[in-house]
Design a protein around this ligand. Structure first.
Ligand SMILES: [Zn+2]
Length: 438
């Protein structure tokens, strides 16, 4: 017979009530009427049970860059962070710009994945911005969105055409919003710190101008635009305006933009180098305001692993990007929920229901019949970020040594545990007494 798993006396993520949730054969089931001899029981006082988190913006680096990360290590890191689904970006080697490569990613994820993996396919061939990739065929192969992430779609005419084709698939185009003529060779936020360090700056307008362009192109075409990793105050305003106009435009932001400013670059710390860059305190405050007022549609990590050698280069030459999967939930709890900016249920919604809705992924909840994609976490447990303990191959985080609050205890995908914290054990397999039934 199959083993039933019981999450006993856990806190329901939405209602805050104490509940017991049973899982059997990969789905949430009704509680058994009598004792269940083979139940394994997880019981943690104060632990919250929620649908597994979803990250719409992850770089898994396969095909071609397995020195940085693989689908196996990246999804293992995701599971450790409480994620049960990720969407992976196509800026690999080669670029995922054909139906065959979309199928390759799906096939590889089936064998090696600790989470569900949803491929994002390129907008243009080779992400070069010159020829449109076969969007409809890639959608049929299983792509959930299109993006040239890592590069902007520089030509407005190309973006217009892409949106017209994408519209017929119903899938969004994810904009890495960066005007190349304003970007030039900038390596960090334009401002005091860049001046002090003698580094070339990236102005806020490089991002916000493209956000406004793509909002207008969404209006022109009726195609869906999703604005990736928003960082600048003016970009949040652009998204807010697009919504006021009723346009099919959505947007995400990442934990580092609500936690850090460009001062984190300190003395040329490449672990604080990402694109878009960390901005000013004004932008950080605007980011939190845009989350609180509902402008931001969902969270994402922009998990971008690189090797230690690459990040050891001089600041201007080191690659952009930080890892994020294993710190995302704790940074959300520590910097948004515990300080009172956001209720827990809303913060979790931005990591669960909201991204599922945006990419038309199957819904997950705690009711009988739902797929058992779940995360159990202790919102109050404190721990110290130690990159050496990451499951990701990437160690490139600006949060090393930080003390954070909120710890993943167990992640389950399709009824199978994909991550268990060391403090979880099943020594005490219990027979559920009949009187415990509700
Ligand atoms: Zn990007």
């Amino acid at each position: 017979m199959s083993t039933m798993t019981l999450f006993k006396n856990v806190v329901h993520w939405k209602t805050g009530e104490k509940v017991t949730v049973a899982v059997e054969d990969g789905v949430v089931v009704s509680l058994p009427k009598r004792g269940h001899e083979h139940a394994r029981v997880l019981e943690f006082t104060g632990a919250v049970l929620a649908p597994g988190l979803v990250d719409l913006h992850v770089h898994l680096r396969e095909p071609g860059q397995s020195g940085k990360e693989t689908i196996e290590t990246g999804t293992r890191a995701a599971a450790a962070g409480g994620f049960t689904a990720v969407a992976c970006m196509p800026n690999t080697v080669p670029v995922v710009d054909t139906p065959a490569w979309v199928e390759w990613v799906l096939h590889r994820a089936k064998g090696a994945g600790y989470t569900r993996v949803y491929p994002i396919a390129a907008v243009t061939q080779g992400q070069k911005g010159e020829q449109l990739a076969p969007l409809q065929a890639m959608a049929r192969a299983g792509a959930v969105a299109f993006s040239d992430d890592g590069h902007p779609v520089a030509s407005a005419a190309m973006m217009r055409r892409a949106l017209e084709y994408a519209r017929n698939t119903g899938l969004p185009i994810i904009g890495h919003e960066e005007d190349p003529t304003l970007r030039v060779d900038g390596v960090m936020n334009e401002g005091f710190t860049a001046t002090r360090l003698g580094l070339r700056g990236l102005p806020n307008a490089a991002e916000s101008i493209m956000c406004r362009r793509d909002a207008d192109l969404a209006e022109l075409t009726g195609g869906r635009v999703h604005l990736a990793h928003l960082s600048a105050a003016q970009s949040f305003d652009a998204l807010r305006d697009a919504k006021r106009r009723g346009l099919p435009v959505t947007g995400e932001t990442c934990p580092h933009y609500w936690v850090l400013t460009d001062e984190a670059v300190g003395d040329y710390d490449t672990h604080a180098k990402m694109n878009p860059p960390l901005r000013s305190e004004v932008d950080r405050a605007a980011c939190i305001a845009a989350i609180v007022d509902g402008t931001i549609d969902c969270f994402a990590t922009d998990h971008a692993p690189h090797t230690s050698d690459e990040k050891a280069r001089p600041f201007a030459e080191a690659p952009f990007g930080i890892v994020g999967l294993e710190t995302a939930l704790a940074l959300t709890l520590t910097y948004l929920v515990h300080p009172g900016h956001l209720p827990l249920a809303r913060a979790l919604e931005l990591w669960t229901d909201a991204p599922r809705r945006l990419f038309n992924l199957p819904e997950v909840d705690l009711e009988p019949g739902s797929e058992a994609d779940l995360v159990l976490f202790d919102p109050n447990a404190e721990w110290t970020v130690d990159p050496d303990l990451f499951f990701s191959k990437g160690r490139n985080t600006p949060f090393a040594g930080w003390s954070v609050k909120g710890r993943v205890l167990a992640t389950m995908m399709g009824g199978r545990f994909t991550h268990l914290a060391p403090e979880v054990d099943f020594e005490h397999q219990l027979v559920l007494p009949a009187r415990d039934q509700k």
